[in-house]
Write a protein of this length. Structure first.
Lengths: 211, 218, 258, 218, 211
């Protein structure tokens, strides 16, 4: 996993064509947990979606190994009529993983495995969403507020899962407002807030007139 | 990809949705028309193949928003986009699932509804054959339309507006082939054209649809 | 390496063309050209319509209704050309990503739609005396109806999507796929019904070409409506560019106070 | 309640939805039928009133899921249920908004589409009148169906299945009144029955619909 | 506001016909904040929905003054195409309140008032959902995890709003997993967990065979 490094160089990310964060440079090495901090609306979600390749960066570049990223957002991609085990097994098969038992065990979902996802409480759903990460087999986790709705015991459970992941050589970039109890490095995005009134910094001169 | 197909089929069955309801809608449309037009057998027999084709097309249309919308809303599509499956594959598989759960039952039931509308006996065969050849194109074109409108809340009506014009050639060749077949005329040309549309849609539209999906995700 | 170099050079050679796709340059250029365009449009339209309406003989069995041709044929021609222009502009946007090109396609759509509607309406008004019906399911007429639907769908898609770049991308994809299907439909309706409508009377090799006295004002009229279309697209593209600027400014302002 | 009506109208207009798209769908259905049935003017004129009624009904049906579904999904309905407006009022206002944004444009456009289908001239008037009297019942019955299925993800097809049978009496009387009127026959009876259905639906169904909504919320 | 008391007596709440919490008795007086605690899936959401009248209790009773309750859940009832101000004004008009400015001020939404709700970040949406409570003019707030996605500054803002509400004689029942910094009473629902294997305790004998 030595090449499993995510690196951003002079990155500008945008929402609706307007830069939100600019000049971001950082790297995430195997075995590292980086916690993204920043007030509401500062652009954490936008940054994570850009890194996950779901939207193109406005400027700068992201280098990362192919098929290394597992993205976890508020929307967990759960199907309400499928059971917990079926939901998880689907994602496992998509990623070519065969065994969902460890994931169920580690997020304490064994007792709920036959329950339809629509009959889960908010926190139980969230746990299932996190279990999905384990069956992707991916090394770099990009997580957007993963602990929303979790009680304290579940937050601790989650912290254990992350710890196990990084000690196996994985890495994680986590946007969160709460303290996870992980011995983490903090990366505060506030200083990179784009100045909307600065002179145009869009890449192609053609767009000048709009910006 | 097989996992995806299996899941989509399971969802369609579990939701009590797929098979039964598309069919029920088809049945209802085929019964509404006699109510509205009046019970004259000659008129009904004359318009039966056309109405059955329009009905199939509408039943197909109404179930299109299931193809991507739910997956978009609950975030599955984001996750599928980062999964090790090419987007074109996702699109093709989902269109296939739509065809299996919605169109195929219609194709099988159409002859029976034809009997309801006083269609002459050779009609049963021809309506079955033309629908069987034409509906894959309907599902695939529909998937393209669904991919275009997936980002919009309740894009249902917009979806109809975009997709129905695209359905017109399929409809014309399909209905024409069925009508000619029933009348005992030569219908190889429209059948071949119908098959051509299906083949071209299935081969090319997954690329357009997956481009549209990627644009909608960002 | 040298290959890359060459393509870059080739691109440089054409850059003088692409530069007009820069919004600033486009605004400057279109501002200069517009007065001339407007003048040319007015002159040719007035010339053809006045000539056509007042100085052509009434056809024997057509009556004065034949004069509707001076609106009907040009609007029909422009309606089809407008879609082609949108297709080309969409392709340019998809490949080269010039915003002006996407906006020009957006600007052309309502003009094309109105032209389609005008062709349909004048056709219907003509059909009443000629065929005794407002509407017939003739292939030419029908494919115009379909074209009208395509315009509607294209415009509705633009209107429904908030992010302008997303909207430009999706409508471009629609324009490309739609063009293929519009072409197919044209063929399909021909196959489906033979119809009542006139063939191409303007083609030069045919015997039954209409007399020169009808022909010349008609050609001027087609030119006039084309100029009208180009003028409208210029004006509307300028508006769209300004709207985009306002949009960008608003976004900036919002971001500033967030 | 006025606030609710204003909001629903604003949403329909803002979404680029309401007015235009229902109409576009109606236009498309009225054009598809000739493509499928063939271009003969006599046949088309014969079936035109029926098809226009079926088209209006389907356009109405397709927009039903907007009535409550969106409000249910984003939690507005929970909040409206605890607000100082009686649930019956909410239902009635939402059905009214649906009628104004979807049905009314159809009623106005129907005569034009009648011309497309080679309908004889008196038909323009009768199709307008019968739709004007009948569509409020369609919106109200539809609101009831939407209330029943609001808890279901993409209950669209189920909704059609539930609502279409309820639409049949309206359709029969409406189409019959129009056809008789066009033929120059006496049509007071079907018109009165149509008006009766509308009056009864508007008076009674809000109660049934609000009961269904309350059950779905818990 | 002296009669503005919410009282539950021997309440059993259920989900999908199965009791979740049973034998709950408590009262919420004006000027009081009660924080509901309990691990994920313990039934907090179910309890709040029952108290709000959105679902009937399985047994026991709830007494509360008419039209006194404002319920706030994860789903904020926001319309994504309306602006912040329009969303808020709608709820204000529904509740017969005319002035939305104080609510915008108190939740720091003035700068965002013209923005469409769909263009808000997760935390900004949440703030708008909370502002809605202020325009209901209702005395008893039932809140389900109100601080999800909020950054620290916003949590403090929210605590201030609650404090102002209770000092004006209101009351609040809040289900949350985090510490709000309010001098609150805690009500832990864990001890009331219904035992699914206990002999039937459903009210009518007709149901016995199913329970
Ligand atoms: C709504 C109805 C109609 C539509 C949509 C329509 C459409 C068109 C179109 C698209 C053209 C351009 C053909 C071209 O440049 O290749 C055209 C030309 C023409 N139309 Fe129509 N038409 C309609 C009704 C009529 C009627 C009722 C008449 C009269 C009998 C008529 C007579 C003509 C003639 C004489 C031309 C010129 C033919 C040529 O130069 O190609 N049209 N029409
Ligand atoms: N569709 C959009 N168009 C324009 N601006 C948007 C859009 N969506 C969000 N924004 C704005 O972009 C900025 C960044 O939003 P983002 O969701 O990335 O913030 P965040 O850091 O994740 O906040 P939170 O902690 O509240 O989740 C915010 O100011 C938000 O209002
Ligand atoms: N529709 C349903 N049918 C049956 N059981 C359900 C249903 N919805 C939820 N449950 C179960 O009811 C219990 C209570 O759920 P509830 O949502 O009230 O918990 P909660 O305390 O709010 O949890 P959280 O902190 O995770 O939000 C849970 O065990 C859940 O799995
Ligand atoms: Mg966020
Ligand atoms: Mg909960």
């Amino acid at each position: 996993m030595s090449t499993m490094t995510l690196e951003a160089r002079d990155l500008t990310v945008s929402r609706g064509g307007v830069p939100v964060l600019e000049g971001l440079s950082f790297r995430l090495d195997p075995g590292q947990v980086l916690v993204l901090r920043g007030p509401n609306g500062s652009g954490k979600t936008t940054l994570l979606r850009t890194l996950a390749g779901l939207q193109p960066p406005m400027a700068g570049e992201v280098s990362l190994p192919p098929e290394a990223i597992a993205y976890g957002a508020h929307a967990d991609g759960l199907k309400s009529t499928l059971t917990v085990a079926e939901n998880l097994r689907f994602w496992a098969r998509v990623h070519g993983v065969h065994d969902i038992e460890p994931a169920l065990d580690r997020l304490n979902l064994q007792a709920l495995r036959q329950r339809a996802a629509q009959n889960l409480s908010a926190g139980q759903k969230r746990r299932l969403g996190l279990a999905r990460l384990l069956v992707t087999g991916r090394a770099i986790w990009l997580l957007d507020e993963p602990t929303v709705s979790l009680d304290r015991a579940s937050v601790a459970l989650f912290a254990d899962v992350v710890r196990a992941h990084i000690s196996a050589g994985g890495a994680a970039l986590i946007a969160t407002h709460i303290d996870l109890g992980l011995e983490t490095e903090i990366f505060d995005v506030t200083p990179f807030k784009a100045d909307p009134n600065a002179p145009s910094r869009t890449p192609t001169p053609f767009d000048e007139a709009f910006a | 990809m097989i996992a995806l197909l299996a899941r989509d089929l399971a969802l369609a069955i579990r939701a009590g949705g797929g098979f039964g309801l598309g069919l029920a809608f088809y049945l209802i449309v085929s019964t509404l028309v006699p109510f509205a037009v009046g019970p004259e057998a000659a008129v009904l027999a004359r318009i039966a193949p056309g109405i059955l084709w329009v009905g199939a097309l509408l039943a197909c249309l109404l179930s299109l928003d299931r193809i991507f919308q739910l997956d978009f809303e609950d975030g599955s599509l984001d996750l599928l986009a980062t999964a090790p499956i090419p987007m074109e594959g996702t699109v093709a598989v989902k269109a296939l699932a739509h065809w299996l759960t919605t169109s195929l039952p219609l194709v099988i039931a159409a002859p029976i509804f034809g009997a309801l509308m006083n269609m002459p006996a050779p009609g049963y065969w021809w309506i079955f054959v033309t629908l069987l050849i034409g509906t894959p194109a309907l599902s695939m074109i529909g998937a393209f339309g669904a991919a275009l409108t997936v980002g919009l809340k309740r894009g249902g009506l917009l979806l109809s507006l975009l997709v129905l014009p695209l359905y017109i050639p399929t409809l014309i060749f399909g209905a024409e082939a069925a009508t000619r077949g029933i009348g005992g005329f030569e219908n190889t040309t429209p059948l071949l054209l119908l098959a051509g549309i299906t083949a071209a849609s299935v081969a090319l539209l997954p690329f357009a649809a997956s481009a549209a999906l990627r644009i909608n995700l960002r | 390496m040298s290959d890359m170099h060459r393509t870059k050079q080739a691109r440089d050679r054409w850059n003088f063309l692409w530069e007009w796709a820069n919004p600033v340059k486009f605004m400057w250029f279109s501002g200069r050209v517009l007065p001339w365009l407007i003048a040319a449009t007015v002159i040719s339209l007035v010339a053809s319509l006045v000539w056509g309406f007042f100085f052509t003989p009434e056809a024997i069995n057509f009556g004065s209704s034949v004069k509707i041709i001076y609106v009907h044929v040009p609007t029909a021609t422009v309606a089809v050309s407008a879609w082609f222009m949108m297709l080309v502009a969409s392709l340019i946007w998809l490949i080269r990503r010039h915003h002006v090109s996407a906006l020009a396609a957006k600007a052309a759509a309502p003009v094309g739609m109105v032209m389609t509607l005008a062709a349909l309406a004048t056709g219907a008004m003509w059909g009443q005396p000629m065929w005794g019906t407002w509407w017939a399911w003739d292939p030419r007429l029908t494919s115009f109806l379909i074209l009208f639907l395509f315009y509607l769908g294209y415009m509705a898609l633009w209107a429904a999507i908030e992010n302008p770049d997303t909207a430009a991308d999706l409508t471009s994809v629609l324009a490309v796929v739609g063009s293929v299907f519009a072409f197919l439909s044209r063929y399909a309706v021909n196959f489906w019904n033979q119809g009542l409508h006139q063939g191409a009377t303007l083609s030069l090799d045919k015997e039954e070409n209409i007399a020169d006295s009808y022909w010349i004002p008609l050609v001027i009229g087609i030119g006039g409506f084309m100029l009208f279309f180009v003028t409208m697209v210029f004006i509307r593209t300028r508006t769209e560019i300004r709207l985009r600027r306002i949009h960008a400014l608003e976004l900036r302002e919002r971001m500033a106070d967030a």
